[in-house]
Design a protein around this ligand. Structure first.
Ligand code: HEC
Length: 145
Protein backbone atom coordinates (compact mmCIF):
# COMPACT_ATOMS: atom_id res chain seq x y z
CA UNK A 1 0.00 0.00 0.00
CA UNK A 2 1.27 3.48 -0.73
CA UNK A 3 1.18 6.11 1.98
CA UNK A 4 -1.63 7.76 0.09
CA UNK A 5 -3.68 4.55 0.06
CA UNK A 6 -3.05 4.06 3.76
CA UNK A 7 -4.30 7.56 4.44
CA UNK A 8 -7.48 6.83 2.49
CA UNK A 9 -8.05 3.58 4.39
CA UNK A 10 -7.49 5.39 7.68
CA UNK A 11 -10.03 8.10 6.85
CA UNK A 12 -12.62 5.58 5.69
CA UNK A 13 -12.17 3.66 8.94
CA UNK A 14 -12.45 6.82 11.03
CA UNK A 15 -15.62 7.81 9.15
CA UNK A 16 -17.16 4.41 9.76
CA UNK A 17 -16.27 4.60 13.45
CA UNK A 18 -17.92 8.03 13.63
CA UNK A 19 -21.13 6.78 12.07
CA UNK A 20 -21.07 3.76 14.33
CA UNK A 21 -20.70 5.79 17.53
CA UNK A 22 -23.42 8.21 16.38
CA UNK A 23 -25.72 5.23 15.88
CA UNK A 24 -24.88 3.99 19.35
CA UNK A 25 -25.67 7.38 20.84
CA UNK A 26 -28.99 7.48 18.99
CA UNK A 27 -29.82 4.16 20.60
CA UNK A 28 -28.94 5.23 24.14
CA UNK A 29 -32.00 4.24 26.16
CA UNK A 30 -34.57 6.97 26.59
CA UNK A 31 -35.84 7.65 30.07
CA UNK A 32 -38.89 9.42 31.51
CA UNK A 33 -36.63 12.49 31.86
CA UNK A 34 -36.32 12.89 28.08
CA UNK A 35 -39.77 14.38 27.39
CA UNK A 36 -41.56 11.21 26.26
CA UNK A 37 -45.16 12.54 26.15
CA UNK A 38 -46.84 15.81 25.12
CA UNK A 39 -48.73 18.37 27.23
CA UNK A 40 -51.75 17.89 25.04
CA UNK A 41 -51.68 14.10 25.52
CA UNK A 42 -51.44 14.50 29.31
CA UNK A 43 -54.43 16.87 29.20
CA UNK A 44 -56.48 14.22 27.42
CA UNK A 45 -55.23 11.72 29.98
CA UNK A 46 -56.31 13.95 32.86
CA UNK A 47 -59.91 13.94 31.60
CA UNK A 48 -59.87 10.14 31.28
CA UNK A 49 -58.19 9.75 34.67
CA UNK A 50 -60.93 11.86 36.26
CA UNK A 51 -63.55 9.61 34.74
CA UNK A 52 -61.94 6.17 35.19
CA UNK A 53 -59.47 6.36 38.08
CA UNK A 54 -59.99 9.35 40.36
CA UNK A 55 -62.91 7.86 42.30
CA UNK A 56 -60.44 5.44 43.88
CA UNK A 57 -57.02 7.04 43.43
CA UNK A 58 -58.12 10.58 44.25
CA UNK A 59 -57.97 13.68 42.07
CA UNK A 60 -54.58 13.84 40.27
CA UNK A 61 -53.82 10.39 41.68
CA UNK A 62 -52.94 11.77 45.09
CA UNK A 63 -54.45 8.69 46.76
CA UNK A 64 -57.84 7.98 48.25
CA UNK A 65 -59.33 5.83 50.99
CA UNK A 66 -59.84 3.05 48.43
CA UNK A 67 -56.50 2.97 46.65
CA UNK A 68 -52.88 4.04 46.91
CA UNK A 69 -51.42 7.28 45.54
CA UNK A 70 -50.12 7.11 41.98
CA UNK A 71 -47.69 9.94 42.63
CA UNK A 72 -44.77 10.52 44.94
CA UNK A 73 -41.77 8.55 46.13
CA UNK A 74 -43.48 5.36 47.24
CA UNK A 75 -45.19 5.08 43.86
CA UNK A 76 -42.10 5.92 41.81
CA UNK A 77 -40.04 3.40 43.81
CA UNK A 78 -42.32 0.63 42.49
CA UNK A 79 -41.36 1.43 38.88
CA UNK A 80 -37.81 2.74 39.37
CA UNK A 81 -35.48 0.89 36.99
CA UNK A 82 -38.40 -0.72 35.15
CA UNK A 83 -39.95 0.65 31.98
CA UNK A 84 -42.89 2.87 31.11
CA UNK A 85 -44.19 -0.29 29.40
CA UNK A 86 -44.46 -1.94 32.82
CA UNK A 87 -46.59 0.94 34.11
CA UNK A 88 -48.67 0.95 30.91
CA UNK A 89 -49.23 -2.82 31.19
CA UNK A 90 -50.12 -2.50 34.88
CA UNK A 91 -52.78 0.04 33.95
CA UNK A 92 -53.92 -1.94 30.93
CA UNK A 93 -54.19 -5.38 32.51
CA UNK A 94 -55.27 -4.62 36.09
CA UNK A 95 -57.13 -1.28 36.08
CA UNK A 96 -59.82 -0.18 36.65
CA UNK A 97 -60.78 -3.23 38.72
CA UNK A 98 -63.74 -4.92 37.04
CA UNK A 99 -63.04 -3.14 33.73
CA UNK A 100 -59.54 -4.47 33.10
CA UNK A 101 -58.39 -4.35 29.49
CA UNK A 102 -61.38 -2.28 28.41
CA UNK A 103 -59.63 1.04 27.99
CA UNK A 104 -58.37 1.52 24.41
CA UNK A 105 -54.58 1.55 24.01
CA UNK A 106 -54.32 5.22 22.91
CA UNK A 107 -56.48 6.25 25.90
CA UNK A 108 -54.31 4.16 28.16
CA UNK A 109 -51.22 5.88 26.72
CA UNK A 110 -52.85 9.26 27.48
CA UNK A 111 -53.61 8.17 31.06
CA UNK A 112 -50.01 6.96 31.42
CA UNK A 113 -48.81 10.31 30.05
CA UNK A 114 -50.91 12.10 32.65
CA UNK A 115 -49.39 9.89 35.37
CA UNK A 116 -45.88 10.83 34.19
CA UNK A 117 -46.86 14.48 34.34
CA UNK A 118 -48.38 14.05 37.82
CA UNK A 119 -45.00 12.63 38.87
CA UNK A 120 -43.23 15.75 37.55
CA UNK A 121 -41.50 14.18 34.55
CA UNK A 122 -41.14 16.75 31.74
CA UNK A 123 -43.34 16.87 28.62
CA UNK A 124 -41.76 16.88 25.15
CA UNK A 125 -42.49 17.05 21.43
CA UNK A 126 -43.67 13.51 20.70
CA UNK A 127 -46.56 11.58 22.15
CA UNK A 128 -46.08 8.53 24.29
CA UNK A 129 -46.69 5.55 22.00
CA UNK A 130 -49.46 3.08 22.76
CA UNK A 131 -47.62 -0.17 21.94
CA UNK A 132 -46.15 -1.80 25.01
CA UNK A 133 -43.19 -3.06 22.93
CA UNK A 134 -42.13 0.51 22.20
CA UNK A 135 -42.87 1.60 25.75
CA UNK A 136 -40.54 -1.11 27.06
CA UNK A 137 -37.61 0.84 25.62
CA UNK A 138 -38.38 3.91 27.78
CA UNK A 139 -36.84 3.54 31.18
CA UNK A 140 -38.63 4.72 34.33
CA UNK A 141 -36.06 6.39 36.58
CA UNK A 142 -37.34 7.93 39.81
CA UNK A 143 -34.30 10.23 40.06
CA UNK A 144 -32.97 12.40 37.25
CA UNK A 145 -29.82 10.68 35.93
C1 HEC B 1 -62.41 0.73 42.07
C2 HEC B 1 -61.23 1.41 42.52
C3 HEC B 1 -60.12 1.65 41.52
C4 HEC B 1 -60.20 2.27 40.28
C5 HEC B 1 -61.41 2.86 39.61
C6 HEC B 1 -58.85 2.30 39.76
N1 HEC B 1 -57.98 1.70 40.64
FE1 HEC B 1 -55.95 1.50 40.42
N2 HEC B 1 -55.85 0.50 42.17
C7 HEC B 1 -56.92 0.24 43.03
C8 HEC B 1 -56.44 -0.51 44.18
C9 HEC B 1 -57.31 -0.99 45.34
C10 HEC B 1 -55.06 -0.70 44.01
C11 HEC B 1 -54.09 -1.43 44.95
C12 HEC B 1 -54.28 -2.90 44.83
C13 HEC B 1 -53.71 -3.38 43.54
O1 HEC B 1 -52.53 -3.18 43.34
O2 HEC B 1 -54.44 -3.95 42.72
C14 HEC B 1 -54.71 -0.06 42.74
C15 HEC B 1 -53.43 -0.01 42.20
C16 HEC B 1 -53.08 0.67 41.06
C17 HEC B 1 -51.74 0.77 40.55
C18 HEC B 1 -50.48 0.18 41.16
C19 HEC B 1 -49.88 1.22 42.08
C20 HEC B 1 -48.46 0.92 42.46
O3 HEC B 1 -47.98 1.53 43.43
O4 HEC B 1 -47.79 0.15 41.76
C21 HEC B 1 -51.79 1.53 39.41
C22 HEC B 1 -50.65 1.92 38.50
C23 HEC B 1 -53.19 1.89 39.21
N3 HEC B 1 -53.93 1.35 40.24
C24 HEC B 1 -53.65 2.66 38.16
C25 HEC B 1 -55.00 2.94 37.93
C26 HEC B 1 -55.47 3.65 36.78
C27 HEC B 1 -54.60 4.24 35.70
C28 HEC B 1 -56.83 3.69 36.87
C29 HEC B 1 -57.81 4.26 35.89
C30 HEC B 1 -57.70 3.77 34.53
C31 HEC B 1 -57.20 3.01 38.10
N4 HEC B 1 -56.05 2.56 38.72
C32 HEC B 1 -58.51 2.85 38.54
C33 HEC B 1 -58.22 0.65 42.84
C34 HEC B 1 -58.70 1.29 41.72
Amino acid sequence: MTTRERTVVLFVALGAAGIFSAALRAQAPRTVWDGVYTEEQAKRGAVLFDKECAQCHGPSGAGGSMAPALTGQAFSANYDGNSVGDLFDRNRTTMPPGKEGQIEAPDNAAITAFMLQANAFPAGETELPSQSMMLKSIKYLAEKP
